[in-house]
Design a protein around this ligand. Sequence first.
Ligand code: DI6
Ligand code: FE
Length: 414
Amino acid sequence: MSERHGPRYDAVFANVNLATMTDGYGEVKDGAIAVHHGRIAWVGARREAPRAAVIHDCDGAWLTPGLIDCHTHIVHAGNRSDEWEARLEGASYEDIAHNGDGMMASVRGARAASVVDLLHQSAPRVSQLLAEGVTTLEIKSGYGLNLQGEANLLRAARRIGELLPVKVRTTFLGAHALPPEFTGRPDDYIAEVTERMLPLLMKEGLVDAVDAFCEHIGFTYDQTERVFAAARKLGLPVKLHAEQLSDQRGAELVARYRGLSADHLEHVTPAGIAAMAAAGTVAVLLPGAYYFLRETQAPPIAALRAAGVPLAIATDCNPGTSPLSSLLLAMNMACTLWRLTPREALLGATVNAARALGLQNEIGTLEVGKRADFALWDIARPAELAYAIGFNPCQAVVNGGVMRARDVGLPAGF
Ligand code: DI6
Ligand code: FE
C-alpha cells in the first residue's frame, strides 16, 4: 500500500472476534475486517490489519454477517389477537379459515389500508428486527388478493427498503388464499394471478420472487404449478409454502422448478427431501408458526440434515400464525424445539438464508467482495445468539460499510 495515495480502505473494524460463517462459525479471534465502497475488502487477524481512513475499535465484540430474515409477511394491517383468543377457547386454524375469518380478516384490513397506513403499521415490527442485527429482509404480499391490494403491500415493502437501513426482497404471494370474490372458482383466481396480477406487478418492479400456499386450505399441486410456470415465463425465481399442514408433494414441485426454497416442511416426505437435495433447494424452517399453532409434527430435521439440504430459519412474521418479530427468538426455538445446534441456527439466519433468497454471492458470510453488512454483538461466544430467550445482545449494525445505531425507525415526518 502506498502512503502517498492514502489508505486503500474506507474503514477497518478492529479488536473484534469474527464469525465469518464460511466453515461452520469460521471463527477468527482477535480479528479485523476492512471495507471499501460498501464491500468487504479484507478479512484477517488484527495484527495484520491494513490501514484505513477510519478505524472502529470494537472493544472485543463479536462481529457476524448481518442477519437475514428470509420469510416474512411483515407488511400487514391490524392483528388477529381476537382469533388467537378464539383458538385458545377451542377453535382450530382450519375452523377459523373455513369460517371466512382468519386470513380473510387480514385481507379486509390490507384492502382498506393505504400504502402509508401499511408502512406505519409495519415499520415498528421491522425496527424490532433491525435492532437485532437484521440487514436483509424478505417481505411477501398475500393479504391483498387483488391487483390493488397486492400492489399496495409490495409498494409498502419497497418503501421500507428505501426509508429504513435494510435491503428488502419482495415476494409475490398472490396464491396465498382464495379471495371471497372467487369462491368456488379457484382456477379462475389462478388465471387472474398468473395472467394479470403477476405481469403487471412485475412491470412495476415490485416482484423479486414468486411464492404460493400449496395446502388443502390453499391451492392444489396443479394450481401451484400454474403459478410457477407463469413465474418461469417471466424469469422469476420461485419458493413455496410446502407441507406445513399436510403432504401435498409441494417440496417435489418446487424442487422441479429449481426453486430457491421450500418453507415450513413439517410434513415433507423422503421423496420431497431427496428432490430438494438434488435441486439445491433450501429448507426454510419456521419455528414461530409451529410454536404458535402448537403443532406436534416437527419437520424431519435429521433427514434434511442427512440429505445435505441447507437449513435456513426465519420468523414467518404474520398476524395469523406467527406474530413474531425476533429472529433471535426464532433461532432459539429452532434449537429448543427441533434440536438444531446453535451453529446451525446462526448458519440458518446468515449463509443459508442468503441462499434462500438467491443472494449467496452478495451476503451471508464475511468474505471479500460481499456487501459490508454486519452485526456487532456483546457476547463471549456465538452460541449465545441462539441461547438467550428474549434478550438482544446487539450493540450496533453496519449497512454497506456504514455503522448505525442499533435502534432505528422511520425518518421524522413519516
Ligand atoms: N402459512 C402460514 O403460516 C401463513 N401463511 C401461510 O401460507 C399464515 C398466514 C395467516 O394466517 O395470516
Ligand atoms: Fe409464511
